[in-house]
Design a protein around this ligand. Structure first.
Ligand SMILES: [Zn+2]
Length: 285
């Protein structure tokens, strides 16, 4: 049984003219009763499954007629339903070739739904013809690309994940996808990370040293006394933590707290000397 791609609703909205996809829903409920018999539909679908493999270049990704027969059947069946006259094989072929992009997306969805090992060609095919699906399926496709040592495809997957997947603000130090969740696991490569690994990846010490140019001294003081920062797209004091999303907490070590103390001390001295760069009204004890 043919499974529709998860992005089907969006796809349909973008391409309302795609009669086959629209009719697919009701395919099971209303049998073919118009000009084309069920036997005709089966015969056309079988013949077209063989012809479409080379016609759509699917032989290049190692597919056989059997791999697309359910998909072709469902399209032919929809085409037969949507017309009162008898559907010919040539008319069906023409329609399917005309909606090639949607067919290739559906083939991609079928490859994804099987969850089997993919070849490099299949991986490239999915990324090229179904980028939205590839973005959402990045955790699976990343594993496949890693196995195939396809670094260039991993690069594409990173940006597709950011565009269509479920990106978080924090990049994983191991796979480079923006996929670290508040419990410090990576949604894409599955790594269980330590705070130390994330701190090192974002260069927390340098970030803390630069806080004086971005944060009010009172906020730096707040971080120093709380003993932790909140990290989403930036390092923030607890009071500026976003209400929702994927922000995570990094507890400060003694040396990191000392960096903040030094900042506060030097700001205190600077303020004492009347430094113009300090925000007005800043109070440092
Ligand atoms: Zn990762």
């Amino acid at each position: 049984m043919w499974n529709l791609p998860r992005g089907r609703r969006k796809q349909r909205a973008e391409e309302p003219q795609d009669a086959a996809a629209a009719a697919q829903r009701k395919r099971r409920s209303s049998a073919v009763k118009r000009g084309t018999s069920e036997e005709d539909v089966k015969a056309i679908a079988e013949s077209l499954s063989s012809r479409l493999i080379p016609a759509l270049g699917l032989d290049l990704i190692g597919l056989q007629p059997a791999d697309i027969k359910d998909l072709v059947y469902s399209i032919v069946s929809s085409l037969a339903e949507s017309r009162s006259s008898k559907l010919t094989e040539e008319a069906a072929m023409k329609r399917i070739v005309a909606m090639k992009d949607n067919v290739l997306k559906a083939v991609s969805a079928s490859l994804l739904s099987k969850g089997q090992h993919l070849t490099r060609e299949q991986l490239e095919f999915i990324v090229a013809y179904a980028p939205e699906m590839a973005g959402r399926a990045a955790p699976y496709l990343y594993r496949e690309a890693l196995r195939l040592k396809a670094d260039d495809i991993i690069d594409s997957l990173r940006s597709l994940w950011s565009q269509y997947g479920n990106p978080t603000p924090v990049e994983c130090p191991r796979c480079g996808f923006r996929a670290v969740t508040p419990d410090l696991t990576c949604m894409v490569c599955g790594a269980e990370l330590s705070e130390g690994e994330i701190k090192k990846h974002i260069g927390l010490e340098k970030v803390l040293e630069s806080l004086a140019t971005r944060l009010h001294p009172r906020l730096i003081e707040e971080i120093a006394s709380a003993g932790y920062v909140v990290l989403d797209d930036d390092v923030k004091p607890p009071s500026l933590a976003p209400k929702q999303g994927y922000a995570l907490v990094l507890h400060l070590s003694r040396s990191e707290r000392e960096i903040l103390q030094k900042l506060l001390n030097s700001q205190g001295r600077a303020q004492g000397a009347g430094d113009q760069q300090l925000p007005s009204g800043s109070q440092v004890p």
